[in-house]
Write a new protein. Structure first.
Length: 242
């Protein structure tokens, strides 16, 4: 009996068909098996093309979920660009346009959402330009050393399956103008260390139709996931361990 159109098949029923087809479970069908499979899906009122796409996506995702030893290797690159207060302490403010970069290489247990082994960290020297006072009419600060926006000191397992990063910001000694254009006063150098959480994006996202938003997207070659937040662009590139 032909089903009326439109007809929506319950997702649980369609999932049962996708998982129970022997040829589909093996990841590749013969032309004859595919024809039978398409006919079966169509008889249920579902779109055969959509069902085949879902099957291929599940097969592609399996390479990650069934990785050797359950481990996925990640190269995570963070690039920062933004306006930052480069004067330490809480009394004075001086802005600069800052860029910084860090690279993390790590092995990740996908099933357990845990770090495996010791990550490799590569910090890059920050750059500052366009030093300025918050008030345009006031004299800009003068840095008497290097401002280091983001020095990654360590990486460990954090809460909720995320990473905990130990981050240090180094403020150099700075000369600031009193009363906007008056004599200079010296603000001493200082260090601030803090923990930050970093979520490890699942590589299964690479085999999906999304995501595609302002904050989360895939690279054009669909080999990396890109997350943007707070001036940072984090690029996650997973690969299978050999």
């Amino acid at each position: 009996m032909r089903l009326p159109r439109p007809y929506l098949v319950p997702s649980a029923l369609l999932a049962l068909v996708l998982s129970s087809c022997p040829a589909s479970a093996q990841g590749k069908m013969s032309p004859q098996d595919e024809a039978i499979y398409r006919q079966m899906v169509q008889s249920m009122g579902a779109n055969p093309d959509a069902a085949m796409a879902a099957t291929k996506q599940a097969d592609a995702s399996r390479k990650w979920t069934e990785a050797k030893g359950g481990l996925i290797h990640y190269r995570i690159e963070g690039v920062f660009q933004g306006q930052v207060n480069v004067v330490g302490g809480s009394t004075w403010i001086g802005f600069a346009d800052v860029t910084d970069r860090v690279v993390i290489e790590l092995d990740w247990n996908l099933g357990q959402s845990k770090l495996s082994g010791v990550p490799l960290i590569q910090n890059t020297k920050a750059t500052t330009r366009n030093l300025r006072n918050p008030e345009p009419k006031c004299l800009p600060p003068i840095l008497k050393g290097d401002y280091e926006h983001y020095d990654l000191l360590g990486v460990k397992n954090g809460l909720g399956g995320a990473l905990e990063l130990q981050v240090r910001t180094a403020y150099p000694a700075v000369e600031v103008a009193q009363n906007c254009t008056g004599a200079r006063t010296r603000v001493p150098a200082s260090l601030k260390t803090r923990p930050e959480a970093l979520v490890v994006l699942s590589p299964v996202l690479l085999d999906s139709h999304g995501p595609d938003s302002d904050n989360l997207s895939l690279s054009k070659d669909r080999k990396s996931m890109i997350h943007k937040q707070g001036g940072w662009t984090w690029t996650y590139t997973p690969s299978l361990r050999k």
